[in-house]
Design a protein around this ligand. Structure first.
Ligand code: MN
Length: 137
C-alpha cells in the first residue's frame, strides 16, 4: 500500500497543448506493467485542448460544470457532470469548457512502452470553437 498525501502541486496545462487556462492534478500513475494514468483537469471558460489522439484511447468523466467535446468531422457535443466519454484509439478529437462555464473532468489514459498517452496536433481555432453552443442554464 502506498499513500500519496495531497502533496503534488497542481500543474498548468502546457500552452502548446491547450488554449486558455487549464490546471491538472495527478490522481494516479501506476508503475509498469500496470499502465493506467489518471488526472483531474480543470478548464476555465472557453479553455480547451488542442486536437489530439490517444493511441490506447481515453475515457473522460465530467465532474463539474459544463463542457464540450468533438471528434473530427462530428458535431460539438455538450457534456455535463456524470457523463463519460470514451475516445477511440487514434480518434482525432478535443475537449474543454463551454464558452461561459467552468468544467472539470477526470481523464483516464493508458501508456506503455510502445504507446504514448497522446499525440498532439494543431490548436482548436476560435473559428472552430465559435460554433459551440452557449449554455444558458
Ligand atoms: Mn483526449
Amino acid at each position: 500500500m502506498q499513500i500519496t498525501r495531497s502533496s503534488i502541486d497542481t500543474g498548468k496545462g502546457p500552452e502548446e497543448w491547450f488554449t486558455g487556462n487549464v490546471y491538472i492534478d495527478a490522481v494516479a500513475a501506476a508503475p509498469a506493467p500496470a499502465r493506467v494514468q489518471a488526472n483531474l483537469v480543470h478548464f476555465t471558460p472557453a479553455a480547451r485542448t488542442a486536437w489530439h489522439t490517444h493511441p490506447l484511447g481515453q475515457t473522460i468523466y465530467i465532474t463539474e460544470g459544463v463542457g464540450l467535446c468533438q471528434k473530427r468531422g462530428g458535431p460539438i457535443e455538450v457534456i455535463r457532470p456524470g457523463d463519460r466519454v470514451f475516445f477511440e484509439p487514434d480518434e482525432d478529437h478535443w475537449h474543454g469548457a463551454a464558452p461561459n462555464r467552468f468544467m472539470a473532468h477526470l481523464a483516464l489514459n493508458e501508456a506503455d512502452h510502445d504507446h504514448v498517452t497522446a499525440n498532439w496536433g494543431e490548436k482548436v481555432t476560435d473559428e472552430e470553437y465559435s460554433t459551440a453552443p452557449t449554455i444558458s442554464h
